[in-house]
Design a protein around this ligand. Structure first.
Ligand SMILES: [Zn+2]
Length: 302
């Protein structure tokens, strides 16, 4: 699992920074999380293949989180997309997007599915054989969800040296061994799976929480995850603004990370009022050590 930051600033695009958008790379697939203006340009700039995106998750209906989406969907049509696209977003996004296609007489010629969200409880919204995606109910000025992505347990690894010691094990049996089954010889005797395979690599988990006020009741949902991206629009010196606009400070994001026992925290959604963004790290480190800041074009191994 790898996180690629396309945009991590609040409000408006500027000459060098972009509003919220990121990719989570998982098993050669790219999950697009939020689609702020300019995300297509960022995809091109950092050479991410459009074709690897099939699932798109939008946190809330503020422009800095989805104004790049309609352009992206339109481009997919122009470059001959055939595979389906699934969009998970608050109720209303479908209407917004479809109206633009109707009035511009744009014929979307690939399968496009909207999964509209309105629940105030966490829900499982996507399950594949490799991972699951759940919503994380957040609190902002409009209905907002974060997203929690968890890898499923991978297959066990073949211990080739061990397997080679048993000529009766042919390659057709490898599939079952990777799935944890014992090898049964023709005479009925058994070679236990543990002697032939190694444990699968540990599964990874990632949560995206933006935008939101300080909301400690998300902690049980994200307990012990490998990486948390949490918004930190403000520093503590502007805590009053954070309360008023329903955003968080770096210190509050760090407190969530600490209380949830996450392994690593990435801060983002910075307000443009701060010329030196290392201040966010400094403030957060007073509470939680394993923290860094997002930056356009930066990638983080989960
Ligand atoms: Zn925002």
């Amino acid at each position: 699992m790898k996180l690629h930051i396309l945009g991590c600033h609040s409000a408006t695009p500027r000459s060098t920074v972009f509003p919220s958008s990121q990719l989570l790379e998982i098993n050669n697939e790219l999950l697009l999380i939020d689609a702020g203006e300019g995300m297509q340009i960022q995809l091109r700039k950092y050479k991410h293949k459009f074709n690897k995106i099939q699932h798109i998750f939008i946190s809330h209906l503020h422009g800095d989180h989805f104004y790049g989406l309609v352009g992206f969907l339109s481009s997919l049509r122009l470059i001959g997309r055939e595979k389906s696209i699934h969009i998970y977003a608050p109720v209303g996004l479908k209407e917004i997007i479809e109206l633009q296609f109707i009035l511009t007489k744009t014929d979307i010629n690939y399968p496009l599915f909207f999964h509209e969200l309105s629940s105030l409880e966490s829900e499982l919204i996507l399950e594949t054989d490799k991972y699951t995606v759940k919503t994380i109910p957040l609190e902002h000025r409009v209905y907002t969800n974060g997203y929690l992505i968890r890898e499923k347990t991978a297959l066990r690894k073949l211990n080739i040296d061990a397997v080679k010691q048993y000529p009766e094990i042919e390659t057709w049996a490898y599939h079952n061994l990777k799935r944890g089954k014992d090898f049964v010889r023709e005479d009925g005797s058994i070679i236990p799976n543990e002697t032939l395979t190694l444990p699968p690599p540990p599964t990874k988990s990632y949560a995206y929480c933006s935008d939101t006020i300080y909301k400690p009741d998300i902690i049980p949902l994200i307990k012990g995850i490998d990486m948390l991206y949490h918004e930190a629009t403000f520093l503590e010196m502007h805590k009053d603004l954070a309360v008023k606009t329903k955003h968080s400070t770096a210190k509050q994001a760090a407190q969530i990370a600490k209380d949830a026992g996450v392994k690593f925290l990435v801060l983002g959604h910075f307000s443009s009022r701060y010329p030196d963004e290392t201040q966010f790290i400094k403030e957060a480190k007073e509470i939680f050590e394993n923290v860094d800041i997002a930056e356009e074009g930066r990638s983080f191994e989960v």
